[in-house]
Each structure stands twice: as C-alpha cells, then as structure tokens.
Design a protein around this ligand. Structure first.
Ligand code: HEM
Ligand code: NAG
Length: 323
C-alpha cells in the first residue's frame, strides 16, 4: 500500500510538472497554420537592413534583452510608462518598427496566428544572416507574455559586470560559461555609444589614468573615437575594424586587449572564458570552435528561455499591446 501511494504521488507529481516541462518549441510550428510566416519575417528584416544596416545588431540585441526578462515572450515590445523598454539598459534598443512591420503583414496574411515572440526569435536569426552569419532553423511556437515591468530588468548583464557576475546572470537562466562567451560574440556586429566607453579612457576608477587592460596603441585610437568630454551619444563599432561582419574578429580583438566594453575585455581575464575565446580564435593545441556553429546552438538555447506555450501566453494582435 505504501509503495502504491508512493507510485501514485510520483504520478501526480509528474502530471503537475509535465505541462511546463513540455512547454517547448519546434521547427516549422507555422508550416500549416501560416506557411508564409518565416518568409514574411525574413523579407521584412532584409528590407529594413538594406535601408539601414544598424537594424541588424539592433534586433539581435533586442531578442537577448527580451529573453533574459520573463523569458522569450516579447515583453520587451510592450508599451507603457513603467514597461521593460523604459528601463535604463533598454533605452538604446532599436528595431521595434521592424517587428511591428512584420506583425502587420502577418496579421493580414494569418490573423491571430503568429506570436510577437516568434517574430523576434526569427528576426534575431535573420538579422545575423543579413550581415554574413550562417543560417539555422529556429524552433517556434512561443506565445506572448502579458507582463512587462522596468523593475524586472535587474538580471540583464551590465557592461561593468565582472566575469563572475556575467556567469551568474547567464547560469540563472540556464546558460553556461561557453554560452556566455559565444553569445557575447554577438558583439562582432553593432555599435556602442561613447557614454559606455569613455569612462575607461581618461580617469578609470578615479585612478587619473586609463583602464590598464587596454592595449596602449589602441588607447589613442579609442581616445580619438571618443574624445574626453565629447558627445556621449556618438557610436563606435563593438568589433573594431570589422563591425559590419559576423565573424570571429571580435575574439581576436579581445585577445589583443582591444575589447571595447569593460565586460567584453574581462572575458580575457578569467581562465574559463579566456579558454573559450582562444578556441574561437583557433589557437594551436586547443579544440577549435566555430562561431557560426556554436552561435546557432547558443541562440536556440537562449531563445528557449522561459518560453510560454499554453494559457500562460497569448497571440498579441499588436506587438506593443497586450490583447
Ligand atoms: C555580459 C553580457 C552583455 C553585456 C554586458 C552587453 C552590453 C552591451 C552594451 C553596453 C551595448 C551597447 C549599447 C548601446 O550603446 O546602444 C551592447 C550592444 C550590443 N549587444 Fe550586448 N551585451 C551583452 C551580451 C550580448 C548578447 C548575449 C548579445 C546577443 C546575442 C548581444 C548583442 C549586442 C549587439 C548586437 C549590440 C549592438 C547593438 C546596436 O548596434 O544597436 N550582447 N551590448
Ligand atoms: C579622477 O577622478 C577622481 C575622482 O572623481 C578625482 O579626484 C581626480 O582628480 C580625477 N583625476 C584626473 C586626472 O582628472
């Protein structure tokens, strides 16, 4: 009797746990319900990137910032005076109009079928493809969340976070140190505002001098790109010399003390993360890693964080508003 009760409780436990454990995405979720869904998204991303290349990194960063807060549920897209998009780390995100453009077309083609969170995940992939990354299949079937609060964004990594804090913030959402290095490799494209760089160049931590980890010849380059007391909104490439290509030069820059963000350069100061950086560069004696291959895997992992597939989510009609 005891063991029967035990088995029963295991069964009950399984039934309770299963719905969320089964909450998962699959490749081709819209193949019958909206066959054109993926093409509509990729054509829209291509069109916008063609008009403005900065859209590609903008969308890649947006999916990261969405997934780290309440899971990948398009909570970043919701408008409101206290919504996620109003939080400091999200103020410079760009590409909202691209998602809304795709959504408008999708609502015309298949009303009420394709979620904003899936549009974001697909657009994240299409944006790297648009700048030379290899394509990969994105599992879909996410539903959109109904909650978006600026106060929930504290788990987003900051450019001043130590490697330990970066690792912790990633592991809190189920991502490893390898995923961290791989995904930060997304900084192979895009730009940063001088306001997040200048503090390293002139009077770092009140020392009166620059961040000592910056390569000395590179320092003067950075100082001329972001002059002391200059325009904090001026934007410079995160991957010096190769900011518009999805390639592994970002990791070479980190190796050469030419990382732009303090958090990027710090990946070289920790032995675990340094090892992954080295493997991307292809250092003799280490098992090599290929950014395009690993990036696809890590993106699939990241875009499955906290996915909603049941009544915990909805299919928004407009991406900036809950239904
Ligand atoms: C420790 C983790 C990370 C930190 C601290 C960080 C921080 C930053 C900062 C400060 C910027 C500059 C924002 C601006 O000035 O507009 C930036 C830009 C960017 N980040 Fe990250 N990031 C991290 C991880 C990631 C990940 C995981 C991805 C994507 C897979 C990513 C993709 C991007 C892209 C593409 C840009 C350029 C955005 C643009 O050009 O509009 N970052 N990041
Ligand atoms: C650097 O900053 C500290 C603290 O704000 C200040 O006391 C010091 O005078 C500054 N040094 C220079 C060279 O500006």
């Amino acid at each position: 009797m005891d063991s029967f009760l035990n088995q029963l409780s295991v069964l009950v436990l399984l039934l309770l746990v299963t719905p969320s454990a089964l909450a998962q995405t699959k490749v081709g979720f819209y193949s019958t319900s909206c066959p054109k869904a993926e093409t509509i998204v990729s054509d829209t991303v291509k069109k916008h990137v063609k008009a403005n290349t900065a859209v590609a990194p903008g969308l890649l960063r947006m999916i990261f910032h969405d997934c780290f807060v309440h899971g990948c549920d398009a909570s970043i897209l919701i408008d409101g005076s206290d919504a996620e998009k109003t939080a400091t780390p999200n103020l410079l995100l760009r590409g909202y109009d691209v998602i809304e453009d795709a959504k408008t077309q999708l609502e015309a083609a298949c009303p009420g079928v394709v979620s904003c969170s899936d549009i974001l995940a697909l657009a994240g992939r299409d944006s790297t493809v648009a700048v030379g990354g290899l394509t990969y299949k994105v599992p879909t079937g996410r539903r959109d969340g109904r909650v978006s609060l600026a106060s929930d964004t504290a788990n987003l990594p900051s450019f001043r976070d130590s490697v330990d804090v970066q690792k912790k913030k990633f592991s809190d959402v189920g991502l490893s140190a390898q995923d961290l290095v791989t995904l930060v490799g997304g900084h192979t494209i895009g730009t940063v505002a001088c306001q997040f760089v200048s503090y390293r160049l002139y009077n770092f931590t009140s020392s009166g001098g620059p961040d000592p980890t910056i390569d000395s010849t590179f320092l003067s380059t950075l100082q001329s790109l972001c002059p002391q007391g200059g325009d904090g909104n001026k934007r410079i490439a995160l991957d010096y010399g190769s900011g518009n290509n999805f390639d592994n030069s970002f990791f070479k820059n980190v190796q050469n003390n030419r990382g732009i963000l303090e958090s990027d350069q710090s990946l070289w100061q920790d032995s675990t993360t340094q090892n992954y950086v080295k493997r991307y560069i292809g250092i003799r004696g280490l098992a090599g890693l290929t950014l395009n291959v690993e990036f696809a895997k890590a993106m699939i992992k990241m875009t499955n964080i906290g996915v909603k597939t049941g009544t915990d989510g909805e299919i928004r009609k407009v991406c900036s508003k809950i239904n």
